[in-house]
Design a protein around this ligand. Structure first.
Ligand SMILES: [Zn+2]
Length: 178
Protein backbone atom coordinates (compact mmCIF):
# COMPACT_ATOMS: atom_id res chain seq x y z
CA UNK A 1 0.00 0.00 0.00
CA UNK A 2 1.25 3.46 -0.92
CA UNK A 3 0.76 6.77 0.83
CA UNK A 4 -2.68 8.25 0.27
CA UNK A 5 -1.31 11.59 -0.90
CA UNK A 6 0.02 10.05 -4.09
CA UNK A 7 3.70 10.71 -3.31
CA UNK A 8 4.57 7.07 -3.90
CA UNK A 9 5.94 6.36 -0.41
CA UNK A 10 5.38 2.69 0.29
CA UNK A 11 4.14 2.07 3.79
CA UNK A 12 5.30 -0.04 6.66
CA UNK A 13 2.77 -2.04 8.61
CA UNK A 14 2.49 0.64 11.30
CA UNK A 15 1.93 3.39 8.79
CA UNK A 16 -0.92 1.56 7.07
CA UNK A 17 -3.20 2.23 10.04
CA UNK A 18 -2.54 5.98 9.80
CA UNK A 19 -2.99 5.86 6.04
CA UNK A 20 -6.43 4.28 6.47
CA UNK A 21 -7.37 6.87 9.06
CA UNK A 22 -6.18 9.62 6.72
CA UNK A 23 -8.40 8.11 4.02
CA UNK A 24 -11.42 8.30 6.31
CA UNK A 25 -10.66 11.91 7.14
CA UNK A 26 -10.09 12.76 3.47
CA UNK A 27 -13.39 11.35 2.28
CA UNK A 28 -15.32 13.31 4.93
CA UNK A 29 -13.49 16.48 3.91
CA UNK A 30 -14.32 15.86 0.25
CA UNK A 31 -18.01 15.48 1.06
CA UNK A 32 -18.08 18.72 3.05
CA UNK A 33 -16.09 20.58 0.45
CA UNK A 34 -18.52 19.44 -2.21
CA UNK A 35 -21.38 20.85 -0.12
CA UNK A 36 -19.45 24.07 0.41
CA UNK A 37 -18.73 24.44 -3.30
CA UNK A 38 -22.47 24.63 -4.01
CA UNK A 39 -22.52 27.86 -2.05
CA UNK A 40 -25.69 27.09 -0.10
CA UNK A 41 -26.22 29.30 2.94
CA UNK A 42 -27.73 26.34 4.82
CA UNK A 43 -25.51 25.35 7.74
CA UNK A 44 -22.63 27.11 5.99
CA UNK A 45 -20.93 27.88 9.30
CA UNK A 46 -21.21 24.25 10.44
CA UNK A 47 -19.66 23.12 7.17
CA UNK A 48 -16.87 25.68 7.44
CA UNK A 49 -16.17 24.70 11.05
CA UNK A 50 -16.00 21.00 10.21
CA UNK A 51 -13.59 21.64 7.37
CA UNK A 52 -11.47 24.00 9.45
CA UNK A 53 -11.20 21.41 12.23
CA UNK A 54 -10.67 18.39 10.00
CA UNK A 55 -8.17 19.67 7.44
CA UNK A 56 -5.28 19.96 9.97
CA UNK A 57 -5.92 16.37 11.09
CA UNK A 58 -5.32 15.18 7.55
CA UNK A 59 -2.12 17.23 7.32
CA UNK A 60 -0.92 15.81 10.65
CA UNK A 61 -1.53 12.27 9.45
CA UNK A 62 0.30 12.92 6.17
CA UNK A 63 3.17 14.37 8.16
CA UNK A 64 3.25 11.30 10.40
CA UNK A 65 3.30 9.01 7.36
CA UNK A 66 6.01 11.01 5.60
CA UNK A 67 8.33 11.40 8.58
CA UNK A 68 7.69 8.04 10.25
CA UNK A 69 6.46 9.85 13.36
CA UNK A 70 3.96 7.92 15.43
CA UNK A 71 0.93 10.07 16.33
CA UNK A 72 0.19 10.11 20.06
CA UNK A 73 -2.90 8.45 21.48
CA UNK A 74 -4.36 11.88 22.32
CA UNK A 75 -3.92 13.01 18.74
CA UNK A 76 -5.54 9.85 17.39
CA UNK A 77 -8.43 10.30 19.79
CA UNK A 78 -9.00 13.86 18.56
CA UNK A 79 -9.00 12.63 14.97
CA UNK A 80 -11.47 9.85 15.74
CA UNK A 81 -13.60 12.36 17.61
CA UNK A 82 -13.66 14.60 14.55
CA UNK A 83 -14.71 11.65 12.36
CA UNK A 84 -17.60 11.04 14.74
CA UNK A 85 -18.56 14.72 14.63
CA UNK A 86 -18.47 14.68 10.86
CA UNK A 87 -20.63 11.57 10.59
CA UNK A 88 -23.10 12.95 13.12
CA UNK A 89 -23.29 16.19 11.12
CA UNK A 90 -24.03 14.29 7.92
CA UNK A 91 -26.82 12.42 9.67
CA UNK A 92 -28.20 15.72 10.93
CA UNK A 93 -27.87 17.71 7.70
CA UNK A 94 -28.41 15.20 4.90
CA UNK A 95 -31.98 16.39 4.40
CA UNK A 96 -30.87 19.95 3.76
CA UNK A 97 -27.51 19.54 2.11
CA UNK A 98 -26.29 17.12 -0.55
CA UNK A 99 -24.31 15.04 1.94
CA UNK A 100 -24.88 11.30 2.29
CA UNK A 101 -26.60 10.08 5.44
CA UNK A 102 -24.36 7.06 5.95
CA UNK A 103 -22.15 5.47 3.34
CA UNK A 104 -20.20 7.82 1.11
CA UNK A 105 -20.12 6.90 -2.55
CA UNK A 106 -18.25 9.02 -5.04
CA UNK A 107 -18.59 8.81 -8.79
CA UNK A 108 -15.49 8.20 -10.90
CA UNK A 109 -15.60 11.84 -11.94
CA UNK A 110 -15.72 12.97 -8.33
CA UNK A 111 -12.90 10.66 -7.38
CA UNK A 112 -10.82 12.04 -10.21
CA UNK A 113 -11.36 15.50 -8.82
CA UNK A 114 -10.06 14.74 -5.33
CA UNK A 115 -7.09 16.82 -4.32
CA UNK A 116 -5.00 14.25 -2.48
CA UNK A 117 -2.84 16.81 -0.74
CA UNK A 118 -5.75 19.01 0.24
CA UNK A 119 -9.01 17.07 0.02
CA UNK A 120 -10.79 20.04 1.59
CA UNK A 121 -10.15 21.97 -1.65
CA UNK A 122 -11.21 19.28 -4.10
CA UNK A 123 -14.33 21.09 -5.24
CA UNK A 124 -14.06 24.60 -3.90
CA UNK A 125 -10.46 25.10 -4.96
CA UNK A 126 -10.01 27.50 -2.09
CA UNK A 127 -6.52 28.52 -1.23
CA UNK A 128 -6.88 27.84 2.45
CA UNK A 129 -9.41 25.67 4.19
CA UNK A 130 -11.70 27.28 6.69
CA UNK A 131 -10.73 30.77 5.73
CA UNK A 132 -13.65 33.14 5.42
CA UNK A 133 -14.47 34.18 1.88
CA UNK A 134 -13.00 37.58 1.05
CA UNK A 135 -15.37 40.49 1.43
CA UNK A 136 -16.94 41.50 -1.88
CA UNK A 137 -14.68 44.36 -2.81
CA UNK A 138 -14.47 44.05 -6.58
CA UNK A 139 -16.67 43.07 -9.48
CA UNK A 140 -15.38 39.53 -9.57
CA UNK A 141 -16.96 38.90 -6.18
CA UNK A 142 -20.40 39.82 -7.48
CA UNK A 143 -20.95 36.64 -9.45
CA UNK A 144 -24.52 35.42 -9.18
CA UNK A 145 -24.30 32.61 -6.60
CA UNK A 146 -27.02 30.64 -8.37
CA UNK A 147 -25.19 30.77 -11.66
CA UNK A 148 -22.04 29.74 -9.87
CA UNK A 149 -23.76 26.74 -8.26
CA UNK A 150 -25.27 25.82 -11.61
CA UNK A 151 -21.87 25.99 -13.25
CA UNK A 152 -20.47 23.64 -10.62
CA UNK A 153 -23.21 21.13 -11.34
CA UNK A 154 -22.82 21.60 -15.09
CA UNK A 155 -19.11 21.01 -14.82
CA UNK A 156 -19.80 17.78 -12.99
CA UNK A 157 -22.20 16.72 -15.72
CA UNK A 158 -19.57 17.40 -18.35
CA UNK A 159 -16.92 15.54 -16.38
CA UNK A 160 -19.32 12.64 -15.89
CA UNK A 161 -19.90 12.46 -19.64
CA UNK A 162 -23.33 14.12 -19.65
CA UNK A 163 -22.71 17.29 -21.68
CA UNK A 164 -26.32 17.40 -22.91
CA UNK A 165 -27.71 17.71 -19.40
CA UNK A 166 -25.28 20.46 -18.62
CA UNK A 167 -26.19 22.35 -21.78
CA UNK A 168 -29.92 22.09 -21.10
CA UNK A 169 -29.60 23.30 -17.53
CA UNK A 170 -27.51 26.28 -18.60
CA UNK A 171 -29.88 27.16 -21.44
CA UNK A 172 -32.82 27.03 -19.03
CA UNK A 173 -31.05 29.36 -16.63
CA UNK A 174 -30.03 31.83 -19.31
CA UNK A 175 -33.50 32.08 -20.82
CA UNK A 176 -35.13 32.49 -17.42
CA UNK A 177 -32.59 35.04 -16.35
CA UNK A 178 -33.08 37.41 -19.25
ZN1 LIG B 1 2.57 10.94 0.75
Amino acid sequence: MNCICGCGTSLSRDQIEFNMLAGEVAIELVVWDKARALGSPIAASDVAALIAAGAPHYQDLLDAIHTGREPGEGELERIRGWLEDSRAARLRLHGELPVPKKKIKLSDAEQAQIDRLHPERSFSGEVRAGEAAPAPADEAAEVDPFLEALLVVALEDVRAGRPEEAKQALRRFLSEGS
